[in-house]
Design a protein around this ligand. Structure first.
Ligand SMILES: [Zn+2]
Length: 612
């Protein structure tokens, strides 16, 4: 049933106003579906925390007392083999998805390509043509419950895409997969590439590497969101295994080529991942008659674990206090520290060549800042991954009897390596915006207003040379000094020879307060970073969310820093440095005043090409 609602009272709210042509009228078409529940031919698959599926759960009060009252089944489509005993079999009814027929080229082909990757995973499970994708016929309604849909939707700003499903609440059977892809965010990927390549030598580049990278991202995007509607959760630990899942958040994997130029050709993978094949085999295998299904399912996950392929999801990876060394959003590589060094090389090269060639002829010079933001902050996700190794611990979602490693400490040496790599991103030479770039960015002209995508400033109209450094220095410190991380570090130091809070602080003070003095703009950045670090130290002393011993160690470190500051005040002749020291000494006297301090926050970074 389709209902058309027309509002003409002129009372559109902000969200509505941003997407309708005129404020005083809107027509909205609503589609209601009254759907009979599926027949009894579907057999639910029991939930397993290692497999990475959405769960459908309910309480069954008729359950015997000794058995779990909560029933948990995975969400998945109904899929059966014509011949389960054959090595390869067609499905009785394949899973069919339809792409929005309003999707334009070249996006249409990119989405179709990525969507069809899933057939590779079903092939790994012994199916033939069990996953198919077509363009939605003009006569069909995308809201029809019978069609699994991939919708291409225009939005007001860049934002997340979604993979949602209509499921049978009794069994978890997916009745309709419904993917919604935001059309605007692909432009952010294009912008990143534009920032890295400085491509506009004379107008438009002949070989559009930027568009190629953005379309490669759309392959990923289609596969990712469809994955959710096949029942799969995010697997954020797959980027450590050579990009083993499209259900991770992919950061472009970019390297310098043999000529030292930035090479985007391997930015995104071009196939379904190894983990995805395992997950689909586990969730969708139709075993031959006589198989012990529980044993067969366990074997799939145990063999994956032996190859180092496992599943770690959102709770672990999104938490700024997270401790898993391999579960991160938008990261790459097996070793977060080694990858950060690669990322820094790309950032350095891109900043070196940054200039007027980063925008097209005819674009306002002030808009260079829009392109500079993703280049300057290019390291933001990889440095987050590195920081999480500090006070971290490896673990799996092991269950009793599966022989997986359960927990494994991260050695103090590894933690120090990570801490030092993060601290390198506090160096004034790293944080400085090159002078020749800063000179090219005037205040915004009338008609080209500032957006939320730019650096937050303390200098009003003019480009702020220090605020980007403030934001970028705050980033690693905000992770390292997370109250839960500090509280944990004290425990891991005592229990598993981990890195302690005091030693961590000493490393950071060594790299900042006790480092050789810089001059010019680097000196201003150095002193600013020192004050930001002091803010975190003082906050760690007074924050009651932090355990007593962690606070005590922070307090000890502040006392020692105070003594260092007094000694420097006696020997320095530099009036700017002396003023900086006096401010710090004053701040140390009243630590409670740090409560109101907020560093200039990051412009939005996620999502890199729409995902959820
Ligand atoms: Zn997602």
């Amino acid at each position: 049933t389709a209902i058309t609602l027309t509002g003409a009272d002129g009372k559109a709210g902000d969200l509505l106003r941003s997407v309708i042509p005129v404020n005083d009228a809107i027509t909205l078409r609503m589609h209601h579906s009254f759907v009979a529940l599926p027949d009894n031919g579907y057999v639910p698959r029991l939930f397993d925390p290692r497999a990475g599926y959405f769960t459908n759960s309910y309480f069954d009060y008729s359950t015997p007392v000794a058995e779990p009252i909560q029933k948990q089944f995975i969400e998945r489509h109904r899929l059966k083999k014509k011949d389960p005993s054959a090595p390869v079999s067609e499905a009785v009814n394949p899973i069919v998805y339809y792409l929005d027929n309003g999707t334009p080229e070249p996006i249409r082909t990119a989405l179709l390509t990525g969507a069809k990757w899933w057939n590779q995973a079903f092939e790994a499970a012994g199916y033939k043509n069990a996953f198919q994708v077509y363009i939605l016929p003009d006569s069909a309604d995308p809201m029809d419950i019978r069609y699994n849909m991939i919708n291409w939707v225009h939005r007001d700003t860049r934002g997340w895409s979604y993979g949602a499903s209509v499921t049978d609440p009794r069994t978890g059977e997916i009745i309709k997969g419904n993917v919604t892809l935001g059309s605007l965010r692909v432009r952010q990927d294009y912008l990143i590439a534009q920032g890295l390549l400085a491509p506009f030598e004379n107008g438009l580049p002949a070989d559009d590497k930027m568009l190629k990278m953005a379309l490669a991202r759309l392959n990923q995007l289609a596969a990712h969101e469809i994955g959710h509607t096949l029942g799969l959760l995010h697997n954020f630990s797959s980027s450590v295994n050579d990009r083993a899942s499209v259900m991770d958040y992919p950061h472009p994997l970019i390297r310098l080529n043999s000529k030292g130029d930035i090479d985007l050709s391997n930015a995104y993978d071009n196939k379904i991942g190894e983990w995805d094949k395992i997950a689909i085999t586990w969730g969708y295998q139709d075993f031959p008659e006589g198989t012990n299904e529980k044993q067969a399912l366990d074997k799939i996950l145990e063999e994956a674990a032996k190859k180092g392929l496992f599943f770690i999801s959102d709770n672990d990876a999104r938490d700024p206090a997270g401790l898993h060394p391999q579960a991160h959003l938008w990261d790459n590589g097996t070793d977060a520290v080694a990858e950060l060094k690669e990322v820094v090389k790309i950032r350095t090269k891109a900043l070196q060549q940054f200039g007027i060639k980063n925008i097209r002829p005819g674009v306002a010079m002030a808009q260079l800042e829009d392109v500079l933001v993703p280049v300057y902050l290019y390291h933001r996700y990889q440095v987050e991954a590195v920081c999480k190794e500090v006070g971290g611990m490896f673990y799996t979602y092991a269950i009793r009897g599966d022989n997986q490693p359960v927990t494994r400490p991260i050695s103090k040496e590894e933690q120090l390596k990570a801490l030092n790599a993060a601290a390198d991103c506090l160096d004034p030479s790293f944080l400085k915006i090159p002078d020749d770039i800063a000179k090219l960015i005037p205040p915004r002209p009338a008609g080209i207003e500032p957006t939320r995508e730019l650096f937050k400033k303390r200098t009003g109209l003019s480009f702020d040379l220090l605020a980007p450094a403030e934001t970028a220095a705050d980033l690693p410190l905000s992770f390292i000094f997370h109250p839960e991380r500090l509280s944990r570090m004290v425990q891991y130091e005592a229990q598993q020879q981990g890195l302690g809070v005091k030693e961590m602080i000493n490393v950071l003070i060594g790299k900042t307060w006790k480092a050789p003095r810089r001059s010019g703009m680097e000196k201003l950045i150095q002193q600013q970073t020192e004050q930001i670090l002091l803010t975190y130290l003082l906050r760690s002393v007074i924050d009651e969310a932090i355990s007593f011993q962690a606070r005590a160690e922070a307090q000890q470190a502040v006392k020692e820093l105070s003594a260092f500051i007094s000694a420097q005040e006696k020997i320095s002749k530099d009036s700017s440095y002396l003023a900086h020291l006096a401010l710090a000494a004053d701040r140390i006297k009243s630590p409670e005043k740090v409560k109101g301090i907020k560093q200039k926050e990051m412009p939005p970074g996620s999502p890199i090409g729409c995902d959820l």
